[in-house]
Design a protein around this ligand. Structure first.
Ligand SMILES: [Zn+2]
Length: 293
């Protein structure tokens, strides 16, 4: 059993300047694809599940048990954390109860004082169950907000206060956004990241791992620079979704789905999941977390 909390793997990454991959899953085969890649590459990985995906897959217990059972059945031999992505306050508590080993409480849309209080409450609960905690300041934009040229930039004072709640890793906006990046995007604010990373690390007396959300579509060289400056976990969601979609689309348009018994979902969906594996492998090449088990 290699299911554990994410604290140590991300701290190791922070100290040795690589990043742990956090890959979002959506269903059984997606989860298998992520675990297969993690094992093949010997890459410590967070199996990330959004609130929406938890609902889609049948609830917190279904997800936690699915990942645990697959970890055992597939003889996974690298550290894997079962991580709630952008959890609500109630969602984070439910995830801890259901056996998740890591939770993100996202109170970034709340007034700062309330975000800090609620995060501290989740930290207290999580520590009792040996669960790692991520929190967010300076909300990270997304495609739902319409056209965006720039993501939000987290104020450094806010980031310091959040780090001091006892969280294990911090999501802070540095111009990154969720979903596909618009053409007029201004790039990551690496100077701000550098300043923020140093300030929060000084405040807690250890190198604080920073989390980069919206990792799909940021140029590789910017991701690598961000890792040098303190990013130790990168979230990848959209990239795998796009790869899955393209894989299935190519398959259907080639009419191969009409051959033999390729209507069998086990065959019909395979090109999509193979495409996911390829996309995730490419991310690991950039993050540098292969052979770090
Ligand atoms: Zn995110």
């Amino acid at each position: 059993m290699t299911i554990m909390n994410a604290k140590q793997m991300i701290q190791n990454a922070r100290e040795q300047q690589y990043a742990i991959s956090a890959f979002n899953t959506n269903n059984l085969e997606w989860t298998q694809a992520i675990l297969r890649v993690a094992k093949e590459r010997q890459a410590p990985t967070l199996m990330a599940i959004s609130m929406g995906a938890v609902k889609y897959m049948g609830g917190f217990k279904v997800v936690a048990n699915l990942v645990r059972n697959l970890d055992e059945a597939m003889e996974i031999d690298v550290p894997i954390a079962i991580h709630l992505d952008h959890g609500t306050f109630e969602g984070a508590k439910e995830a801890i109860d259901a056996g998740f080993t890591s939770v993100m409480f996202d109170g970034s849309n709340l007034p700062l004082a309330e975000n800090l209080t609620k995060t501290a409450e989740i930290v207290e609960l999580a520590k009792k169950s040996n669960v790692s905690v991520e929190a967010e300041v300076g909300s990270i934009g997304g495609e739902e907000d319409g056209v965006v040229g720039d993501g939000e930039i987290a104020p450094i004072d806010d980031a310091i206060q959040m780090a001091q709640t006892g969280i294990d890793f911090l999501a802070a906006g540095i111009g990154n956004i969720h979903g596909q990046y618009p053409e007029n995007w201004n790039g990551l604010h690496l100077d701000h990241l550098s300043e923020l990373s140093t300030a929060v690390s000084n405040a807690v007396n250890h190198p604080m791992p920073i989390v980069l959300h919206g990792g799909s579509g940021i140029p590789d060289d910017q991701i690598k620079q961000a890792i040098q400056l303190g990013v130790a976990k990168v979230n990848v969601n959209t990239e795998a979704q796009l790869a899955f979609h393209q894989g299935i689309r190519d398959y259907v348009l080639s009419n191969k789905d009409l051959e033999g018994k390729n209507y069998d979902p086990r065959k019909f969906l395979k090109p999509g999941f193979s495409a996911i594996e390829q996309a995730l492998n490419e991310r690991i090449d950039v993050f540098g977390n292969a052979n770090k088990a």
